[in-house]
Unconditional design. Sequence first.
Length: 1751
Amino acid sequence: MADQSDRNAPSSLNAEFLTFSAKDTASRWLAADDLQQEVYRHLASYVPRILNMGPTGGVIEEQREQQREELACQLILIAPLEWLLLGEEPANGLARLQENNQPSPLCGHVFKVGEPTYSCRECAADPTCVLCMQCFLGSVHKEHRYRMTTSGGGGFCDCGDAEAWKNGPYCHKHTPVESSRDAEEDPVSQLDPEMVSRSLRIFSIMLQYAVDLLTSEQEEHLPGGLEPLEKGDSYYCMLFNDEMHTYEQVIYTLQKAVNCTQKEAVSFATTVDRDGRKSVRYGDFQFCEQAKCVIVRNTSRQSKPLRVQVMHSSIVAHQCFALRALSWLGHIITYSDGLRRVLCQVGLQRRSEEEDSSLIDKLMLNDSKMWKGARNIYRQLLMNSLLMDLKYKKVFAIQFAKMYERLQSDYVKDDHDREFSITDLSVQMFTVPSLARMLMVEQNLMRTIIRTFVEHLRHRDLQGRFQFNRYTAQQAFKFGRVQSLIGDLKYILISPPSHWTDPLRVKFLEGLDAFLELLKCMQGMDPVVRQVGQHIEMEPEWEAAFTLQMKLTHIITMIQEWCSTDERVLIQAYRKCLSSLTQCQGGISDGEQPISLSLAGHCVETFRYTVSQEKVSIHLPVCRMLAGLHVLLSRMDVASRFPEQLPLGELSPPLLMELPLRCLVLCAQVHAGMWRRNGFSLINQIYYYHNVKCRVEMFDKDIIMLQAAASMMDPNHFLMMVLSRFELFSVFSSTDFRRRFREANKDLVQQNTLIEEMLHLIIMVISERYTAGVGQVEPLEEVRREIIHQLSIRPMAHSELVKALPENGNKETGLERVIDRVASFKKPGVTGRGLYELRPEWNKHFNLYFHHYSRADQSKAEEAQRKLRRQNAEDTALPPPVPPPLCPMLASLVNLLQCDVLLAVEGAVLQWAVEPSGGGWSESMLQRVLHLVGLALLEEQQQLERSSGDEDTSFKFTCKITRPGDAPSPAGSVLALLESLQNAPHLEVHKDMITWILKMVSNIKTIRQRTTSTSSVSVSAGSRQEETVRDKDKAERKRKAEMARLRREKIMAQMSEMQKHFINENKELFQQSLDELEACTSEAPDLSASSLELTCASQVCVGPCRVGGTERRQPVTCILCQEEQEVKGQGRAMVLAAFVQRSTVLSKNRRRSQPDPERHDPLFTHPDLSVGVHTASCGHIMHATCWQRYFEAVQLKEQRRQQRLRGHTSYDVENGEFLCPLCECLSNTVIPLLPHTHTPTHSVDHPSLGEWLKITNQLVAALRSSLSSQCEEGAEPAVPEGFRLNFIPQSPFSSGVREMITTFSLSAYKVGLRVNPNEQDTRVPVLSWASCAYTIQSIERLLQDEEKPLFGSLPCRQDDCLSSLTRFSSACWTAAPLRTTHTHFIRLFTAVLCDYQVENTPCILDMDMFHLLVYSVSSYSSVHCLDQSGSRVVDSGHLHLLHLITVAHLVQILLTSTTVEVYMEEDGEGSEEEELTCQLFSTLRKHLGSVLPEPSSGWQQWRCVKAAALPFLRTAALFFHYLNSSAPPADLLVPGPGQWEALCSYLSLPSNLLLLYSTQHTLLEPLIHRWCTHPGVTQVLKGGGAIRFPRESNRLISLPGDYSVLINQASSFTCPRSGGDKSRAPTLCLVCGSLLCSQSYCCQTEVEGDDVGACTAHSLSCGAGTGLFLRVRESQVLFVAGKTKGCFYPPPYLDDYGETDQGLKRGNPLHLCSERYSKIQRLWRQHGVAEVIGHAQEANQTLVAIDWQHL
Ligand SMILES: [Zn+2]
Ligand SMILES: [Zn+2]
Ligand SMILES: [Zn+2]
Ligand SMILES: [Zn+2]
Ligand SMILES: [Zn+2]
Ligand SMILES: [Zn+2]
Ligand SMILES: [Zn+2]
């Protein structure tokens, strides 16, 4: 290592390097008077020489350079410092220091980007408290409800911080041990005093050095004492990072400015982004200045130019060393807590009398001026030193708080993200409650934060309110940065104090003052005015105001929580808030026109105000804060205990409710469509006003304010004000207003909506009592009610519920604490997610007018509830549930229900409803009135029950509704109206509800009578009576339900009868197919009895005694024209839509390099099956002509589309892709359907193997010579008898069919080899055969893996696909020149016979035998057709080929089998099979000798052979089955044993396969000799790379059960290209397990002229274009196919609630769901990935727009 770097070091340094002694240097320093001067002199002389990188060379050079630098730094610069500090050999000194070290009780592990962090939902003090994985696994929290996230970098593990955890603050590792030292003791006292003084000096010199260099404002000069001896003209052009310019801009500019390649530019840009700066040029000043000008000029057009600086090389060198010095300090203090404290002391010491700041202060104040890399390094030092020392953490926190305002201002002006700013350290201090309280009391931190925040929002209107709706982009950007201050405020408020001190009260209230000032700036901001006539021109900006509201929501809630823990604070806060409100609303009624309203005998004074004409604002935080505090007064009962301290008397209820009411009216009017011209901006605002993120401190509080006001007012006055603000007063105050309104053709629907909205508001004001303080409720009742109402809409997943509930500052909803009581959980299946379903006993709590329902929710819930009740045979009335009792302070609210004005309104609506038509009323209006009546009745019943009879209740609703109404509804009493409406035919829907009301009325009457007559009668009697009425009702409904059931059953019976009838009618059809089956099976034995010697006892699929399928007709229907057509060779061509793709699913060798497509010889397939061609089909049949027309239309459409819009479709027409017209399955070609083969003529001769070999050999020799040379005359080999070499057979197919044969052949050729189509290429037929063989092999594996029987279990589409593919394979030779197929056959045949004299004949171990079988059988026909004798059949050739290749496979198996010595109990005597196996093996050993292992037992060998040969036999059986359409034997239609024998006999093979060899011993012995002596065999066997049989099925990689294990693995993964950088999107290949750096510039590669991301590139090599990946940080599965297509797929990881977490947003622990993973695996094995992508893209067009290739 030293040698290496020496070679490259400058020679002058080299010499010194060897003679330099750190020890001597250190002692010289020590002896000097001025240590700093000495050290500086040393640094001035060495630093520029060592840290001078000069021009950047290649990557390797740069790395070597760095190593050299590193070494020189350590030896010449750092080592003397260490000697000086320790006074001895550093290694020894440090070891001794460490012995005395008391490690910090904190873990303090600093998180890398992407590392998993854990937080406990039960025990963490706040969500920022996290553990590292190690601590988490050793903690109690892993058994708790925890949250898992990935770190964004920075931050550290809080293990060991007792304040961060309510429980279990220590993991196993960090549990404090009883130590010899007291924690309070000063660790410095443990050190040698000499060392303390040395460390003080050296630390302060080095820290000073670093701080001076990093914060120096001067670009040209070094601090005194560091000036270089000679200042050469060597400069750097330094480029700095900013957040304005994109990668592309920077790369482009750099290429222009410094003449670098794109690759270098990418590397520069990556480094600038990571480290914050990078020198892009080195040279003299002029040279660097030039580059700077170009960069500035090029980037200044749209924005501020990129920051570039030309810096002298010595300055850059010292800055680099300054960073190293800081790292060194951080490193040294890890050895000793004493030294750590010394460093803290040095850092925070005031430097001199005149300077007020410390070194650390100076660093922090210059933070925003430093580049990213420097910030990171010094911040890391702060975390390791100050934040790890309990004493100095406090000192530092105070210092930080003092500078808070300044630091934040710097940050706001800066453009770097917060994680790169020193302000981000606030989380480390402010979240510690004790520190936060101290800072609040001593530094008034709460007020400081709020004031700093307000200070930065200067854009105000005339009244001093924020004005967000006119924000410019720059203001919006600044606003975005200021928001982080709210985060700080949240940290200090997150846990309310457990006990208050007076100073804390004072400072909190001062903070509150500041906060109220902030709220006052928001009160009434961004007001809106209704637009009439014209639509607004520009949508006003509304998001900023709502962002602020959303961010403050938790703060407001937290401040209220703080108030609720101390009565004195609460009272003061209430007073302050009220006075703020009074200030805001000072002139609200001034200058308005006073009016007086009277209705139903009541009269109220108010002023005129119309929401639809004047300004109205949604932002009323001061009102809402007061509402919140008002509820607290009620909840804590403060108002009644300290009335004298509260200004309740000063409250003016009408003024309190004025603004919230306006806001609610605004919402109603928007719903009624009155504000359409105000655009989407307003609609969005109204949406957020009700949204779960805002409503707690917006809508909910407005309702509360109305409740508070109503409880303090005359209910009649309250309602009249409401009517007036809704602009509905005249509707109910004058009898003929509605009539006149209607006659004037005004918008009645709009007015009806307003009435509905108003009634709804009244319902909410009366019945929303689930906030503690409004009603008397337990803490969890509120969230329970929310959940009940969500689940009343429909069953929901956990995440949906969480989304519907408001989160508190701790991101908790309280859901878990109640969910199991109210709902039952239903687990998910392989798809979908787990769902919670409401338990039926909670249905009675359903309230149709639940205030958080949107209109859509409400109608869905109503429908669901009515349906449920019908199913349970109950009435469908949805009466209000009994609300909880009100708190005393708001108790008078109930009087609203029985006040005269409400009764008048109710009466009016009921009166309108008497008339069936006219649009004068609406169903919902009536429903709401009925609901209100119901509420009143419930209230009366409750009061009666509570009063227990002896005192008269004040609530007399039943009494009031029997009185005849006053004007304007003089017709009759409310009760009378209800009675008359009960049987109105047009009110059928409401009948149940009216009946319920009338029953309630009579009940209450009964109770009243009882209680007045005999007070002893209990109330329950009344309800019991109601019960009996209900029971009766129930019985009636049950009877009806029973009748309905009987009716259903009858219908079912009728239907099944019809079904039977259908089968009878179609009996012929069923019978026919059965007959056919029988025909196939019965014919075979018949034949065996005939002239043939072979016994064909059962079905046979190959050889002369097989049975063909020509007897069966094949009628098919074209899906395009619906015409029926029979499949015939000479008929119209019929085709199947098909998809051909390359595949590596069966690959046993993913490392094999891709062959050159132009030269690759595909005739022999290596047994590793590294790449195959797979064909699939959806099984849909078309006329070839119909398909062609369809495809042309698709092409035309695509051309037109491309002219209109750019971009891709889900299929690539140019590559021949289309979607099946019926099922939209992705396809890229068609396979022609061909007729069945004929059953062979059994009368002809069947030559024996010997005869056949002789004839074929002769024929091959003749063909070879005729092919090879026309010129070579004479010595023409004899042609076997009956053959004619020059015979040209007639094609058995029509031209249409031939054309389709060519079509598919070319597709397989094109896709399989990735080449352009070329009909002349001799390889065309080979690829068709390859696809047939590979597809059969992959289907055989699939059946085996799923343990399905070989036959009968495939779906139709696959069955059809295989049969057409196989028949095609054997017929495609007809479309190729005979020469071609003859050449192929000759080569294949000689390979089987191992005539290795012939060129390029591979050895037996380099061929996949099934491919060989398919190819030779398929090409044999082309040779056989030359036989004109008519005495031989092609089938005998097939059988002999099968036999030969099977023997070859046996040899292949025996050669490659390794003996696994398993001694099992063996039979003494070996069976015939075993003996023959042994014999064959010893023959092989005779030929090959010691290359083969010692033979194991015959039993074992035979067992191996059987297992290894099985897949081959199964694929062969499939092949011949489809080729010859022969029915399979029964044993193969079921899985399980007996397969072997059945297979062998189906294939015409002896079940003792070895007989094949032993019966033909003389013929085969020489062949085996040739096989074994092929030089390739020894080579392969010695190389050890032989493929063994059976080949195991490939699986996707195994994944860990716990997802965080994956995250952890990925977090330590670094980008393989950019030297140790963390990868931003680590992505795991599920096929081979490689981790890739996806979606990033650094790892793009060029493939065929396109830049593609790591995933696409990897999928090309690993999956032949198809890739399955897991994006680890997103928890998302990614499928890609080719370069342009891809989709996301749900990951196989689920949380406990049965849901995936795509994007890892929720953070619930995730566990592997093996069923889902198997599903993905099956998809892969079935080659279904491309199809899934096609469907996904088709269904979701936005997916098409994603640049999949860059992932
Ligand atoms: Zn830890
Ligand atoms: Zn720990
Ligand atoms: Zn816990
Ligand atoms: Zn057709
Ligand atoms: Zn289809
Ligand atoms: Zn990378
Ligand atoms: Zn892979």
